[in-house]
Design a protein around this ligand. Structure first.
Ligand SMILES: Cc1cc2nc3c(=O)[nH]c(=O)nc-3n(C[C@H](O)[C@H](O)[C@H](O)COP(=O)(O)O)c2cc1C
Length: 206
């Protein structure tokens, strides 16, 4: 089934209608839609606006085959017209942290941002601060799924892969951490209805 999307869904509609899709319509992705989905995901918030997330978009069939091998053969990788790999690069973030200061804050903002990050993360090792970076990237991963659905696309979030192999396939440095792989396209199956805890089961009200 091809979904014909004439307007962006509301946030509520996008969240309600998102479900994991592992079979996609076999057609190339509209590249301007892809750009818009990435732009919307990049609007996710992060602590101190650090924006630790990075995206690797895989559309090349040979690279998808190698990614599928790294994901224990999971077929949705080659079935999707594109796979977005969401990872965090905390070392790149730290090296260029002045860029994340709001321009309205001027030079003082850039200096303050540098001082904050040096103070907080200077004493941490790469793995420790990498974990912090990943917790920010996970937010963008969530935004990406909702943004895609809002524009009529479907996804399946994936953590079932060997990170070392994905780093090797994409030529990424050792320190990057993965929020997940996200096959993306138009749904060619319905997926499963939601099965979730009730609000009462997962919430304490004070
Ligand atoms: C972090 C994360 C990792 C996941 N990894 C995989 C995966 O490797 N392979 C897969 O087929 N589904 C994977 N899933 C999909 C879940 O099975 C699915 O989201 C869950 O069963 C709820 O179904 P729904 O997404 O249709 O609402 C993953 C989901 C999340 C959020």
């Amino acid at each position: 089934m091809t979904v014909t999307q004439t307007r962006p869904l509301s946030a509520t509609e996008a969240i309600e209608s998102r479900r994991s899709i592992r079979k996609f319509v076999q057609e190339p992705l509209d590249q301007s839609d892809l750009r818009e989905i990435l732009r919307l995901a990049s609007l996710a918030p992060s602590a101190w606006n650090a924006q630790t997330w990075r995206f690797a978009v895989v559309q090349n069939p040979e690279v998808k085959v190698r990614l599928q091998e790294a994901a224990y053969g999971q077929k949705q990788i080659t079935n999707a017209p594109a796979v977005i790999v969401v990872y965090s690069d905390m070392e790149d973030t730290l090296q260029n942290v002045e860029d994340t200061a709001h321009p309205g804050m001027g030079d003082a903002g850039r200096t303050g941002q540098r001082q904050t990050f040096d103070r907080v993360f200077g004493g941490q090792d790469v793995a420790q601060r990498g974990q912090w970076g990943l917790s920010q990237a996970n937010i963008a991963f969530g935004f990406l799924m909702v943004a895609a659905r809002g524009l009529g696309y479907d996804t399946v979030p994936m953590l079932g892969f060997d990170p070392a192999k994905v780093r090797e396939v994409l030529g990424l440095p050792e320190h990057v951490q993965f929020a997940g792989l996200l096959p993306l396209g138009k749904r060619a199956e319905e997926g499963f209805p939601h099965h979730r805890h009730s609000v009462e089961r997962i919430t304490k009200f004070y």
